[in-house]
Write a protein that binds this ligand. Sequence first.
Ligand code: TMP
Length: 206
Amino acid sequence: MKGRFISLEGIEGTGKSTQAKLLSDYLKEKGFEVVLTEEPGGTQIGLRIRELLLSVEHKGMTAVTELLLYNASRSQHIREIILPAISRGAIIITDRFTDSTIAYQGFGRGIDQGLIDSIDLIATGRLRPDITILLDLDAEVGLKRNKGINKTDRLELEDLEFHQRVRNGYHNLAEKEPERIKLIDASADIQEIHNRISSIITNFIG
Ligand code: TMP
């Protein structure tokens, strides 16, 4: 089988990681080789970069430093994990990829799209997932859900308006690329969301 590259995207508190794990288990049960991974992270180097990015001690990090670090982690992730998995015919599921950078650093931080594109070309060579599941949720509800599980990182400390801009960014991406990006309402319960995702992915894999 040809390798498949799937990403899950969404603002904070949408249950992305839970859904990525459920999808991975579902596909493994069907007999596929699945690689479940995440950004920032996915490699040893990526995990070190993740610590730098998410530490609340790094409040002074500039927007461009942030942009470069997310891309540095991605570049390593692609070469070390994603491309090898695709070429051996595995299904790779990543919790976040380039759409996160466009939504968070572009729409959230206000970095110019042209600058994001030029760095993306260096880091990814424009590699994109074959299909993206976008979990959509009201930003206030998402942030409250995350507070409930005591999850705090540097970006989660941004105000509600920031997360609303990120959500708008995702909507904008989904409108531009409806074939690749499948928007799902993340306010439904976990099992119902999983059923929707697994049916979209089953159709896609064929
Ligand atoms: P996570 O909590 O879903 O693992 O994501 C880590 C944080 O990093 C989350 O707040 C979103 C943010 N992020 C970006 O701002 N840009 C990116 O390119 C990626 C991959 C994540």
